[in-house]
Design a protein around this ligand. Sequence first.
Ligand SMILES: C[S@@+](CC[C@H](N)C(=O)[O-])C[C@H]1O[C@@H](n2cnc3c(N)ncnc32)[C@H](O)[C@@H]1O
Length: 204
Amino acid sequence: MPRRKRAWLHARQKDSFSRQARQSDYRSRAVYKLIEIDQQDRLFRPGQTVVDLGAAPGSWSQYASSRVGPHGRVIAVDIEEIIPIRNVQAIRGDFSDMAVFRRSLDVLGGAKADLVISDMAPHISGIRVTDQARSMYLAELVCDFACHVLKPGSDLLVKLFQGEGTDEYRQELVERFQRVMVRKPRASRDTSREFYVLARGYKV
Ligand SMILES: C[S@@+](CC[C@H](N)C(=O)[O-])C[C@H]1O[C@@H](n2cnc3c(N)ncnc32)[C@H](O)[C@@H]1O
C-alpha cells in the first residue's frame, strides 16, 4: 500500500468522530457536523419534510429521519447510490442535471419543505480554481432549489468552501432569508476550507 494512503488510513482510524460513527451505526462521521449544528440551532421538529442534497452514504438522512419521526419525510438526493434508510426516499442522479433537479421538485408533489440541507461537495480535481467554481455552482443550484421548495419562514443549511464567490453567496442568502449565520462544527477538520451557512426564515 502506498505510504500516503497508509498515513491517510492511520489518521482516519485515529479520528474519534469516525470511530463514534461506526459504533453508532451512522454511515459517515459527517453526521457529527449536523448533530452539533442541530444541538446549537434546533433545526428539526417532528413531522417536518426535509430535503437532503448530496446525501450519500446517508448519515445526515439517517439522523434527519430519526429527528422528524414517522410523521415526517426525508428526501435524499445523490449521484451515488444510497442504501435504503427507513422513511427516506432516495433519488439517484447528478443534481446539476436539470432532469434530476426537476425530479427532486416533483417528488414533493407540490408540497413545500420545512428544511433543505446540503452537504454536497464536488469530486475534487485538485485544480483549486476549478473545484471552487464547481462547488459554487452546486451551491447556487441548492439556493435555487431551496427557493422553489421552502415554506415561508423555513430554513436552509448549506456547505460551502471558503474562496471565490462565498461572500457574494452569503449576501444573496441575506436578501432571501431573515437571518444568515456561519457554522464551523468541531467535526469539520480545521485544515478543511469547508464551513456551513445556516439561513433561517425564508422570505419568499
Ligand atoms: C460529503 S458527502 C455527503 C455526506 C453525507 N452528508 C452523509 O452524511 O453521509 C458529499 C456528497 O455530495 C455528492 N455529490 C457531489 N456532487 C453531486 C452532484 N452533482 N449531484 C448529486 N450529488 C453530488 C457526492 O456524491 C457525495 O456523496
